[in-house]
Ligand binder design. Structure first.
Ligand code: ZN
Length: 97
């Protein structure tokens, strides 16, 4: 699949006999879809969270500022690091590599 595809596969596993479980993400909305494939067919369903809302693929939420969200910390000085930072603002160590 190329980079221009709207849907990306973020997970897949096979349990044998031609069956496959896969999760696809709509890159525009971030909504996840579960695909259950069998040898000549399969089924697709939208994935929901416990509130019944579409389950979004978290890595696509780049502007997430929720303070309760887990944060990365620098391995050297334990300084919190934003998810898009490339270097620690405290010690300058390379992060998120
Ligand atoms: Zn640091």
């Amino acid at each position: 699949m190329g980079n221009d595809d709207r849907f990306i596969r973020v997970h897949s596993d096979s349990s044998g006999f031609g069956s496959i479980n896969a999760i696809y993400v709509d890159k525009v909305t971030g909504v996840q879809y579960f695909w259950r494939g069998l040898s000549y067919g399969g089924g697709l369903t939208v994935m929901l969270n416990s509130d019944g809302k579409p389950l979004l693929y978290q890595p696509l939420e780049k502007n997430d500022t929720d303070p309760s969200a887990p944060q990365n910390v620098c391995a050297g000085c334990r300084n919190p690091i934003s998810s898009n930072a490339r270097f620690c603002s405290m010690c300058g160590a390379k992060v998120n590599s």
